[in-house]
Every structure is written in structure tokens, then in C-alpha cells.
Design a protein around this ligand. Structure first.
Ligand SMILES: NC(=O)c1ccc[n+]([C@@H]2O[C@H](COP(=O)([O-])OP(=O)(O)OC[C@H]3O[C@@H](n4cnc5c(N)ncnc54)[C@H](OP(=O)(O)O)[C@@H]3O)[C@@H](O)[C@H]2O)c1
Length: 238
């Protein structure tokens, strides 16, 4: 039985992942970690956790370790707009060090700290999964449009860390699968300001996005650990 943990459980994609996992017979419990966690239910164990605060994160991980450590972890936290409501930069002339640092804190450093605290709890024997939700725009080789400097750079850095963690964990946890995922364009508060010019059929409902991501993870093998995969299972070049 899988013990899952979703960080960002109040988010559009994170919330849908919690619901999808809690409905599965092969999942014994879903730790729903969030600044505002959902109510407890049959398999859902709420955990109050702010991933950008290491003490809060360490406390949540300690609670899981005391109960029954997870073997399937998805970090579904992240931000595209800045905390002051400003949208992503279209030109380097708009770069602002304080805003940039905020975005790196939530998109790069927070998932890294989740890894730092949780990877040691993954079982050495048997399959385990650690996935961070990245974004296709974090692919350097796929970047043809430019812009969105802080978001793109913070996700590219996240992808590098995921590859590093996969290499390190692969030495001791031979069946671990550690990957970055692109969920597609999903109808959530994060994408809401950018949905106007989307072609019909390009916007995915969170419940569908959750099913897509879980199907991708189910199909991945340890040989693919360290990779970056889209919602349809296609590898994305770094
Ligand atoms: N939606 C899309 O189209 C799309 C496309 C590509 C990639 N993504 C990626 O998918 C992931 C999930 O995004 P989403 O669309 O589900 O967004 P969302 O609905 O806005 O949820 C993001 C979650 O991240 C956490 N978070 C955001 N800012 C934070 C902060 N400053 N401090 C601590 N936690 C913070 C919150 O989780 P809690 O409050 O629950 O802790 C929030 O609910 C993100 O990494 C995003 O970059 C989304």
C-alpha cells in the first residue's frame, strides 16, 4: 500500500492530487501538507506546513516519520506571480532582486528543502517516488520566446536539483524514481491571469491534470529517474 504525501494540498493541482490519491484502493493514507490543509477524512491526514519555512517543514516531516513515513511524494507548491501581485517580467529591464529571490524561495529552494527532509525517509528497498511539479518553460533548450525571467530560471534550477537528487539517491535507493513534471496548462489560480489567449482545449481541469500526472508517475522506471516529463509522459529536454 502506498503512503502518499502532497505538498501544496490547498492548491489547484495539489488539491486534485490529494482527492485522486485518497480515492485509490492501493493508497493507505495521503498526507495533505499545506498552509491551510483540508479536513481529515477516510485516508486524508492533514498537516499544517509552510514549505517556505524550514521549521514548519521539519515539524510536518517529523509528524509523518512518527506515524508512517511516505513512499510517494509530490511537491505541488509554486508561484508565477510575485507576492506583491506583479506579473512575470517580460524584459530584463523589469528584474527586481527582491522579487526574484521570493520566486526562487518558493519554486526552487522550498522543493529542495522538502527533498532535504523527506528523501532520507524513503524506503531503501522497493519503489519510491519523489516528484516536483516544474513547468515546461523551465526547459532551457525549449525556450524560444524568452521573458518570465524569474519563473523560468527558478524552474530550470529546480530541474537541475531534481537531477542531482536522483543521481545521489540512485546510489542507495536503487528503485527510487525522482523526477520533475510539467502538468500542462491547468485551470488554477496560478494560471488564471494567463488563460485569455489559450486555444480551445488547451486548458486542463485540475482533476484531469492529477490523473495525468499520476499515470505518468505510474509508468516511470528507476532508469528514468532524474528526468523531466510532461503530463502525457513525453520527456522534456532540459
Ligand atoms: N497551473 C498551471 O497551468 C501550471 C503550469 C505549469 C506548472 N505549474 C506548476 O504546478 C504547481 C502547482 O501550481 P497550481 O497551478 O496548482 O497553483 P496554485 O493553485 O496557485 O497552488 C500553488 C500552491 O503553492 C503554495 N504556495 C504558493 N505560494 C507560496 C508561498 N509564498 N509560500 C508557501 N507556499 C506557497 C500554496 O500551497 P499551500 O498553501 O497549500 O501550502 C499554493 O496553494 C506549481 O509549481 C506551478 O508552477 C502549474
Amino acid at each position: 500500500m502506498t503512503r502518499a504525501c502532497i505538498f501544496g494540498a490547498s492548491g489547484g493541482i495539489g488539491g486534485a492530487l490529494v482527492e485522486a490519491l485518497a480515492a485509490r484502493e492501493d493508497v493507505s493514507c495521503v498526507y495533505a501538507a499545506s498552509r491551510t490543509p483540508p479536513a481529515a477524512s477516510d485516508r486524508v491526514v492533514p498537516l499544517t506546513c509552510d514549505v517556505s519555512d524550514e521549521d514548519s517543514l521539519a515539524q510536518a516531516v517529523a509528524t509523518m516519520a512518527e506515524q508512517d513515513a511516505p513512499d510517494f511524494v509530490i511537491v505541488a507548491t509554486g508561484a508565477l506571480e510575485f507576492a506583491d501581485g506583479a506579473g512575470p517580467e517580460r524584459t530584463f529591464k523589469k528584474l527586481d532582486a527582491r522579487r526574484m529571490a521570493q520566486l526562487f524561495a518558493i519554486n526552487t529552494i522550498a522543493p529542495a528543502m522538502v527533498a532535504r527532509h523527506l528523501l532520507p525517509l524513503l524506503p531503501r528497498e522497493g519503489r519510491s517516488v519523489f516528484a516536483a511539479i516544474s513547468a515546461r518553460v523551465g526547459s532551457i533548450s525549449d525556450n524560444r520566446l524568452g521573458g518570465w525571467h524569474s519563473y523560468r530560471a527558478s524552474k530550470a534550477a529546480l530541474n537541475m536539483l531534481v537531477r542531482n537528487f536522483a543521481i545521489e539517491m540512485g546510489r542507495t535507493h536503487r528503485e527510487s524514481v525522482i523526477v520533475a513534471l510539467h502538468p500542462g496548462t491547468v485551470d488554477t489560480p496560478l494560471s488564471e491571469p494567463f488563460q485569455n489567449n489559450l486555444a480551445e482545449g488547451q486548458l486542463t481541469a485540475p482533476a484531469q491534470a492529477a490523473q495525468n500526472l499520476l499515470a505518468v508517475l505510474e509508468g516511470l522506471t528507476p532508469a528514468e529517474s532524474g528526468g523531466f516529463f510532461a503530463w502525457d509522459g513525453q520527456p522534456i529536454p532540459f
